[in-house]
Design a protein around this ligand. Structure first.
Ligand code: ADE
Length: 294
């Protein structure tokens, strides 16, 4: 059984792609699809064993892959990733900035250390890898970058650090698309909603349980698959997307358009401002007038 890509076999023949976070979850699936289409895929993350496991899978399926350990938060390691890739494979055509991560916490419990760690992983990392790849090679011959973000268009309760970083990457994607069009480099982002992936298992069991109950809140009524995200990334890397740059594609079953995906804590109500002396009294939950303000 081979990867069931809808794209043409050999589409990426002779091309070299870096996929950060390529050993696990959505990144692993993206790596498999690119390799199935003929790309040589360089898997990069902090843990060699995870990379090598995915590399072996790809090779067993007849694809080409390599593994390079890289913490995307550390500039010297990013420089090494790009230099090693060029040395071993001669070129870099595609970069998928997929590596990222966060932990679940309300904003008031996020320490500065935790905040900085999430910002560095999800924002500084993609910045460092993109900059290195473009300055070292893509500026000379063009290329395509896809930034994996997350659906966070209406805020990201319990993941405020990640939501802020992902929103920043959406904006960075636009600026990079504008600045790097001159080099023939396209830059887009993909914003997955709830995807059934191994990423789920990194959350504590109560959070996993809460996430598992969410499909009824998703208009499409199910989680997305890793392959549904990978195919969007593949399209954006392909020549079919030659006129698409600076865009963010939601792969979310329309959950970003639907209002009830987050169960928020219910607390104190906010008093209404009723400055107009001839205004209509606002009915509160009990039907009585509200008013005053602080
Ligand atoms: N995936 C998650 N965090 C990462 C990091 N710091 N470097 C590379 N890949 C990652």
């Amino acid at each position: 059984m081979k990867y069931q890509s809808v794209f043409r076999p050999g589409l990426f023949e002779g091309r070299v792609a870096i996929v950060t976070g390529g050993g696990t979850g959505i990144g692993r699936c993206i790596a498999h699809e690119l390799a199935a289409l003929g790309a040589k895929v360089v898997l990069a993350s902090r843990t060699l064993e995870k990379l090598q496991k995915t590399q072996k899978e790809i090779e067993a399926d007849g694809g080409l892959a390599d593994s390079i350990v890289c913490n995307i938060r550390i500039e010297a390691e990013v420089q090494n990733l790009v230099a090693q890739t060029l040395e071993r494979h001669g070129r870099i055509d595609y970069l998928v900035n997929n590596g990222g991560g966060q932990f679940v916490s309300p904003i008031e419990n996020i320490s500065l250390k935790g905040w900085n760690a999430v910002i560095e992983t999800n924002l500084t990392g993609p910045f460092l890898v993109s900059k290195e790849v473009v300055t070292r090679t893509m500026a000379d011959h063009g290329g395509v970058i896809v930034n994996m973000v997350a659906e966070m268009s209406r805020g990201m309760p319990m993941m405020g650090h990640s939501g802020a970083a992902r929103a920043a990457v959406v904006n960075l994607t636009k600026t990079a698309a504008l600045e790097w069009a001159q080099y023939g480099v396209r830059v887009n982002a993909v914003a997955p909603g709830l995807i059934d992936s191994s990423g789920f298992e990194s959350y504590p069991p109560p959070v996993q349980e809460a996430l598992r109950s969410l499909p009824k809140e998703i208009p499409v009524q199910r989680f997305g698959t890793e392959a549904e995200v990978a195919s969007c990334v593949t399209f954006l890397l392909s020549p079919a997307a030659a006129y698409v740059t600076g865009a963010t594609f939601a792969v979310d079953g329309a959950s970003s358009l639907y209002r009830h995906a987050f169960q928020l804590p219910v607390g104190r109500t906010m008093p209404a401002y009723q400055g107009f002396h001839r205004g209509i009294p606002l009915a509160d939950a009990d039907g009585g007038p509200q008013g005053g303000g602080v």
